[in-house]
Write a protein that binds this ligand. Structure first.
Ligand SMILES: NC(=O)c1ccc[n+]([C@@H]2O[C@H](COP(=O)([O-])OP(=O)(O)OC[C@H]3O[C@@H](n4cnc5c(N)ncnc54)[C@H](O)[C@@H]3O)[C@@H](O)[C@H]2O)c1
Length: 303
């Protein structure tokens, strides 16, 4: 895929998935604004995008405040003349069960993920609308935002909100030719190594150089960061024009489309529903087949 001439910002691209996105975009010929919070990792990522074949500049700043979003867009315009694609990837975890989670743990996750996505998406939309020839905004969500996840009140809420932003912006930016999608990735990174069912297999694969086992790549849809980067390159390319408002899953050998929430079943009652009416009809009516919730536990094969 040829992304020559396209200018892309990837937030949080000093490490992990973001770094793989930046490298894959550079390899396809894009010019990339790399961003992270430490000078050293930004410099290293800029060099690796350049080695991969793209142009790159770095911005060391914490995503969240509007000023960071503005300086990212300015870096794209000043260095490469325009902005075609914004990828909002920067993220942190502060996991804790609800009754122990502090205000600070909640706020810091919401600030980076939700506010950071909002401020970067807004700055990108302003620039792209001014340019007048369309663009792409790729937001990074998570299975936790789609399903809920134990210990992740802050993260699940922010990631669910991010998909809601993608659907809202797809509506608002359609006339401007700006496609907006959410990506729901899974990959072996520092983040996923902390999941007990995955950690040992990821570490074994890293030390042996062998691929992750088939049950992880296929059944759990968990592979390398490069597996996910292919979707980002596709969404940054001309080939994806017109795809908008979608939540697209990728990981390992699996590419998927997440269903959007909608009423599954409905029942009418003349004059409205009293609490007693609901109690009488719930288990045979709309509540007969309740929805599941939470990310299903990984099915580790027994050896
Ligand atoms: N790894 C997975 O399987 C997975 C699954 C679902 C979603 N995600 C999402 O993908 C994104 C990347 O995850 P990852 O696994 O590569 O994590 P990671 O921790 O390896 O990388 C995240 C990067 O973001 C940077 N960062 C953190 N706060 C920042 C801020 N305020 N401004 C700029 N940069 C900041 C970090 O320094 C780090 O380099 C995150 O949004 C994460 O929630 C990852």
């Amino acid at each position: 895929m040829d992304l020559s001439g396209r200018v892309v910002i990837v937030t949080g691209s000093g490490r992990g998935l973001g770094r793989a996105y930046a490298e894959a975009l550079g390899e396809a010929g894009a010019s990339v604004v790399v961003n992270d919070v430490e000078q050293g990792v930004v410099d290293e990522a800029v060099r690796s995008v350049q080695t991969a074949g793209g142009q790159a500049v770095g911005v060391v700043a914490a995503v969240g405040p509007a000023e960071t979003a503005d300086s990212l867009v300015s870096a794209a315009v000043d260095s490469f003349g325009r902005l075609d694609v914004m990828v909002t990837n920067a993220g942190i975890l502060r996991d804790r069960v609800l009754w122990k989670m502090t205000d600070d743990e909640f706020d810091s996750v919401v600030d980076v993920h939700l506010r950071g996505t909002f401020t970067c998406g807004r700055a990108a939309a302003v620039q792209m609308r001014e340019q007048g020839d369309g663009g792409r905004i790729v937001l990074i969500s998570s299975p936790a935002g789609q399903r809920g996840n134990f210990g992740q009140t802050n993260y699940a809420a922010a990631k669910a909100g991010i998909v809601a932003m993608a659907r809202t912006w797809a509506l608002e930016l359609a006339k401007s030719g700006i496609d907006v999608n959410a990506v729901v990735p899974i990959a072996a990174t520092e983040m996923t190594k902390t999941i007990p069912a995955f950690g040992p297999a990821i570490e074994a694969a890293e030390s042996s150089g062998e691929p992750l086992p088939a049950w992880m790549r296929k059944d759990e849809g968990l592979g390398t960061v490069e597996d996910v980067a292919s979707l980002i390159v596709f969404l940054a390319s001309e080939a994806s024009t017109g795809i908008t408002g979608q939540a697209i899953g990728i990981g390992g050998d699996k590419l998927s489309l997440w269903r959007h929430p909608q009423e599954k079943t409905a029942s009418l009652h003349d004059g409205g529903w009293s609490a007693d009416d609901i109690a009488v009809s719930w288990s045979t009516g709309v509540g007969a087949h309740p929805e599941t919730f939470g990310i299903p536990a990984p099915k580790v094969p027994q050896t």
